[in-house]
Design a protein. Structure first.
Length: 366
């Protein structure tokens, strides 16, 4: 076990200490110097203080660390800081503003298999350098819609999963058996278990209803009727964003399930599971009329035209353009109908046109 003080002038002595197994860094330490524990293959356990702000280049590279809890106040992670380690799942707090090149580029086990499976980047505007993880769809990157994490995943060929959209799996039923000692006969209770993926440590409201139509109808007055609600509960998701609900259903087997989550970026998501059908809708309180780029209260061809003018002639029609009819900040929010949150593109104008021509049932495309 190693403990040390930030003012210790001889940190470099740890660089190749092969007998070092566990590292505990004292509270008060704000920085870990570059290469401090590099190539210490015996180091497998590290405890970081809540006061830590930066982790230097190659600080823990080529060690045997398999898990790490990064403190919520951490700001920067240096180049190759955890390269060549055995980390499997990494959760980067929202306080981190920059991640260096190859910071989590993992190593290989004895069978030449890689370690890292998932990495969650909670800051949607985090500055992400190249190759922080290896290329390939087998690495899953969790992040916010329209974030730098999503952009990096697309560039690096990784699988991206939004922590803003609930990723719902089909409900599964498990059976438990209870034996009574009086009659020595077995009675079986069927327990329904449903789960979804939302944001890490986020709240989720779960409602099981007997009439599926009440879950999909907007502002249904019958939704919370005592005869309609079979089960209701609220839970907090774990650090990976998974939240699970279990209950014993009544005689009605074909229940519909609702997951309601208020997540970052001011959106409220509702996911409804009805049999094998999964439908997710969202509300952004900042939007007045979705598709109304010119703020006149209706969705029309003029909205698509203004978006194209904004893109093709920004000096005149952008947010601070010279024309009195330039797009406004509210118009940019309303007009962002294609993958809402990514900003205005020609796809937004196209979606509005297809909606007006009745080629799309809704003005937005997720």
């Amino acid at each position: 076990m190693g403990t040390f003080d930030e003012d210790d002038a001889s940190w470099s002595i740890f660089k190749n200490c092969d007998n070092l197994r566990q590292v505990i860094i004292n509270d008060g330490v704000t920085k870990i110097n570059p290469g401090l524990f590099a190539t210490n293959h015996s180091v497998s356990n590290v405890l970081l203080p809540g006061t830590l702000k930066s982790i230097g280049k190659n600080a823990f590279s080529d060690t045997s660390i398999s898990k790490i809890k990064l403190p919520s106040g951490l700001v920067s992670i240096g180049e190759s800081a955890f390269a060549g380690t055995r980390l499997v799942d990494v959760n980067i707090p929202a306080s981190v503003t920059s991640i260096g090149v190859s910071a989590f580029l993992d190593g290989y086990d004895d069978d030449n298999k890689t370690y890292l499976k998932t990495i969650t980047i909670n800051n949607p505007e985090c500055e992400i350098s190249s190759s922080i993880v290896r290329k390939g769809e087998d690495v899953i990157i969790y992040g916010h819609d329209g974030s730098t994490a999503e952009a990096f995943a697309k560039t690096n060929g990784n699988t991206f999963i939004s922590i803003d959209k609930p990723q719902t799996t089909k409900p599964a039923a498990t059976t438990t058996t209870k034996t009574t000692t009086v009659t020595t006969t077995a009675t079986t209770t069927v327990t329904t278990v449903v789960s979804t993926i939302i944001g890490p440590d986020k709240e989720c409201l779960f409602i099981a209803v007997r009439d599926p139509a009440t879950a999909t109808e907007a502002d249904s007055d019958r939704l919370l009727d005592v005869d309609n609600v079979a089960y209701i509960d609220q839970q907090t998701a774990d650090e990976k964003g998974k939240v699970t609900f279990s209950f014993i259903p009544d005689a009605v087997k074909d229940l519909a399930y609702m997951f309601i989550s208020e997540l970052n970026n001011s959106r409220v998501y509702k996911t409804v599971v009805d049999g094998t059908t999964v439908k997710t809708t969202w509300i952004d309180p900042k939007v007045t009329v979705l598709g109304d780029a010119n703020n006149d209260g209706v969705v029309e061809l003029a909205d698509a035209i203004l978006i194209m003018q904004h893109l093709s002639n920004p000096d005149k029609y952008s947010l601070h353009g010279s024309s009195p009819y330039h797009i406004t900040e509210q118009g940019m929010i309303n007009g962002d109908v294609y993958e809402h949150g990514f900003g205005l593109t020609s796809n937004d104008a196209l979606c509005i046109q297809k909606y007006l021509l009745k080629l799309n049932p809704t003005v937005y495309v997720r």
